[in-house]
Design a protein around this ligand. Structure first.
Ligand code: TRP
Length: 343
């Protein structure tokens, strides 16, 4: 049994998008459109596993869809939609809740990190989060998922759920005419070296929308002046830039800023340091600010236009959901039959 090469990924609408989302995720989604069937989702059902003010949830959902399109995802090539419009996600995740084991879920480090001391008082949905993520992926029998390291454990769980489903229902799957697996064993897709963007104030911490300092994070919709100011104030160190990438070892802030420059310009670290090695931050930071503005400003402009036109966005999302459903429904019909639900 061979599966159509199909990619699924998603971003949660739970905050403003930042440079880490762009370089680490969205930008890497774009080239996959030419080699795979691609589905890019705004996972609003995942977002509500922690409290979201409904108006914010809507705004961020539109913002992510707009960022996808403004960054080069083509709604004619990729299926762009929000999760909650395709109710099959919820239905399959319930079935997966009954496939996954408590012990598997209890080992999820992201849950442990998010629940922290407060594990008695977080939502049941937060605990079941990875099961919904497995449903997102397997509903479309996606063969590859581009995600960062922090999602590797969830992908492993997705494979465990697929394997257990394929095994527990092997007789019914066979009776339905499948030679072996019903769900594929989805791979984590590496699309070139991932850029892990760090905080501009602390090169050891991830860039994040929830950072206390508002100069530590470059948002995708920041204006040119704001981007330049944040880069100017970014923490650096006293030494000049090294001549080669090896020289960045032990210099977390320098590594982050040079890494951002390399990623934004599609150049290697060594190439960038060939130009700036030996020079000081006073030369590098303005060049980085100009580059960041040149790359991000057109995207921000297009995002602003799109989020300002909710009826166009609604049309795009509805069309995406229709196309997603056309793939999901036949699979879901088979799943219902496999588990023994009468229709
Ligand atoms: N959990 C992912 C994150 O926090 C978001 C997500 C939900 C996702 N469903 C997905 C990513 C399916 C890839 C595939 O980044």
């Amino acid at each position: 049994m061979t599966f159509t090469p199909r990619v699924f990924s998603g971003i949660k609408p739970s905050g403003d998008l930042h440079l880490g989302n762009y370089l680490g995720a969205i930008r890497r989604f774009v080239p996959l459109q030419d080699t795979h069937e691609t589905l890019y989702c705004v996972v609003d059902m995942h977002a509500i596993t922690v409290w979201q003010a409904p108006e914010d949830l809507k705004r961020w959902t539109y913002e992510i869809a707009a960022a996808y399109i403004a960054s080069g995802l083509d709604p004619g090539k990729s299926i762009i939609f929000n999760q909650s419009q395709v109710m099959e996600h919820a239905e399959l995740s319930w079935i997966f809740n009954c496939v996954a084991r408590m012990g598997w879920m209890e080992r999820m480090t992201q849950f442990k990190d998010k629940a922290g001391e407060n594990s008695e008082n977080v939502s049941l949905g937060l605990f079941a989060y990875p099961s919904l993520m497995a449903a997102d992926i397997l509903l479309y029998k996606a063969t590859g998922v581009p995600v960062g390291d922090d999602q590797k454990q969830h992908l492993e769980l997705t494979r465990d759920i697929a394997k257990k489903f394929n095994h527990d229902f092997r007789k019914q799957i066979k009776d339905l005419g499948f030679e072996e697996e019903f769900f594929p064993i989805t791979e984590t897709l590496a699309t070139g070296p991932a850029m892990r963007v760090k905080s501009l104030k602390d090169g050891t911490r991830k860039m994040s929308k929830s950072d206390a300092s508002d100069t530590s994070t470059i948002y995708m919709m920041d204006d040119a002046g704001t981007i330049a100011r944040k880069i100017k104030r970014a923490t650096s160190d006293a030494a000049p830039l090294p001549e080669t990438a090896q020289g960045l070892a032990g210099r977390a802030e320098a590594e982050n800023l040079v890494g951002i420059f390399a990623a934004l310009s599609n150049r290697s670290l060594d190439d960038v340091l060939g130009e700036f090695g030996g020079r000081g931050w006073g030369a590098f930071k303005p060049a980085l600010a100009d580059l960041a503005v040149a790359v991000l400003a057109p995207i921000a402009g297009e995002m602003a236009r799109l989020v300002g036109d909710r009826s166009e966005m609604d049309t795009i999302l509805r069309d995406g959901a229709d196309r997603a459903r056309a793939i999901a429904q036949p699979t879901m019909d088979q799943v219902r039959r496999i588990v023994g639900f009468i229709r």
